[in-house]
Design a protein around this ligand. Structure first.
Ligand SMILES: C[S@@+](CC[C@H](N)C(=O)[O-])C[C@H]1O[C@@H](n2cnc3c(N)ncnc32)[C@H](O)[C@@H]1O
Length: 214
């Protein structure tokens, strides 16, 4: 035995950094499993009205979008990045998806990411042609008439017909007025308890009216 620190095995700075990164990743995975504030590696930013779905809800909505889009379908996720991320995780081969988002951290998704500000609802890149998506799924950032009306312009421009909207139950009348959608039985849940009740709305017969389809 020696009293000298020299005999104690030391990790290099690189190894320590790698270990720290590993622990952070594990913690984030644990947060996702237990309903924490991360989705993937992206933390909620409340300034942007970000409230992520819990994993069960994200899975249910992603599966509904795939089912509704059909074989080789195209899915647009408008202000709903955790659904896009869940679609990617599912790793099915026969659909494509893109994410329209104000938060540029989601540009990690490369060409699937489209910068989007609901205040300029039709300011979209040329490669997003009118009526080119089999389903558009949207979760606007604010529970206001203006925000839903403008987001609805984007949704109607992009969709071939099907719409899946998630927003507060207080928006039911505006949702019907702007998009012709009806409230579904399924109740979406978030990683945190929100003060406002949230609901899903569709303009087609969806699996969200049945109890345990996912
Ligand atoms: C209520 S959250 C919906 C997130 C959804 N629950 C999920 O888990 O993916 C609203 C989303 O709108 C985005 N957002 C914030 N400001 C926006 C803006 N000006 N235009 C479009 N989207 C915006 C936020 O970044 C956030 O992803």
């Amino acid at each position: 035995m020696s009293d000298s620190d020299d005999d104690v095995p030391q990790l290099s700075t690189e190894a320590l950094a790698a270990l720290q990164e590993f622990y952070i990743e594990q913690q984030q995975k644990e947060d996702v499993k237990t309903g924490g504030k991360y989705f993937g590696s992206i933390e909620e930013n409340w300034q942007l009205s970000q409230f992520w779905y819990d994993t069960e809800t994200a899975l249910r909505l992603a599966n509904e979008a795939v089912r509704a889009a059909g074989r080789n379908g195209k899915i647009a996720c408008v202000s709903a990045p955790s659904i896009y991320q869940k679609l990617k995780e599912l790793n099915y081969k026969d659909f494509s998806a893109c994410v329209l988002e104000y938060d540029q951290r989601f540009s990690v998704h490369g060409t699937d990411y489209v910068f989007y500000d609901y205040k300029n609802p039709l300011n979209l890149p040329a490669n997003l042609a009118a009526h080119s998506f089999d389903i558009v799924l949207a979760d606007p950032p604010y529970l206001s008439e203006e925000c839903l009306r403008k987001t609805a312009e984007t949704i109607k421009y992009l969709t071939k017909g099907k719409i899946l909207l998630c927003t507060g139950s207080v928006m039911e009348e505006y949702a019907a007025k702007f998009l012709g959608v009806k409230m579904c039985k399924f109740i979406p849940k978030h990683t945190r308890n929100l003060a406002n009740e949230f609901r899903c709305y569709t303009n087609y017969d969806s699996g969200l009216d049945f109890d345990c389809v996912s």
